[in-house]
Design a binder for this molecule. Sequence first.
Ligand code: PLP
Length: 376
Amino acid sequence: MDLSQLPDNPYLLLTPGPLSTTKTVKAAMLKDWCTWDDSYNTIVQEVRRRLISLTGKYSERYTSVLMQGSGTFSVEAMIGSALPKNGKLLCIANGAYGNRIIQTANVLGIDTVIQDSTELDEVDLSLVGRNLQDNPDITHVIVVHCETTTGMLNPIKEIAQISKEAGKIVMVDAMSSFGGIDMDLGELQIDFLVSSANKCIQGVPGFGFIIATKEAIASCKGNARSLSLDVYDQWETMEKANGKWRFTSPTHVVRAFYQALMELEEEGGPVAREKRYTNNQRQLVAGMKELGFETVLDERNHSPIITGFLSPTSEEYDFKSFYESMKVKGYVIYPGKVTNLDSFRIGNIGDVHAADIQGLLKAVEESMSWMQLAES
Ligand SMILES: *Cc1c(COP(=O)(O)O)cnc(C)c1O
């Protein structure tokens, strides 16, 4: 099809997902599929295979399962299926997504030890060891990789190492990092990882996925606290029926995701994508600093995904006007999520390149002078 016929998006999404996708990903949705037909199920199996191939050197140890819904549905499915009835969770949290995990565990009635270092602070690794020692009945440890609240990158390698030495199952919410930050799951000793279609793999929203070791998936049998969010049952059906989902699957979204996975490979895989995102983020921070902005976090805690900036203190500033001014110029930014801190966020994942960041910085400068926040 002639892609020039497809309308351009009126603005670029500089958000942590849904994000700006390529026209080829969007165009992949222009066909209807039958959920139980072979030609569709073959695509599902290829998607599952490609996801496993992104796990690194020990990919033969891993398997994958797709789950309907937004990323949170998959997080809930993973937690609710991984923990046995008498299981106990250690949740390491420092932001909204860590808190959502705690909330999920509470709703599911799972006994949870909380280690909360608050939004702006790094995880205290010695406390992880101490919590595991004080609570020998903990069976599973969970942490968010890139805490999208602030953009903080948590030390999953060290956390997994401490947890594995204590014999625990390790679960990672890599929603906003998988595909955009290169990681070797086997080397990192990750048992379960969860992510979704509309983040760094650059698909459109509609489903999430869980990548786990084959033993970890097998251990989920009979644990689920929900019928539709049963990871084991979903996985078993996909395995036995060659890519079939138990209930209606988001066919167009899956087809678009397959295209997104091929484009990830064409780009050079997660290593190349991480490099592009890192360049975007560095260019963004350098440019914003030149315009007088300060970042919420210290630079050593930044991820190549999203960055929080402190709002200008001037009385002339309000986020809504800034947001609207940026949007008409073609850039959608993101509100802040840190409690007690006036801030906003700019994501740089998706089909976003150096020229886009340049354009964005120019729009920020123009918006500031329009809001009389700077000399024009
Ligand atoms: C986006 C995201 C999620 C899932 O959010 P949904 O809105 O349910 O897709 C979970 N964890 C993290 C770290 C995220 O960035």
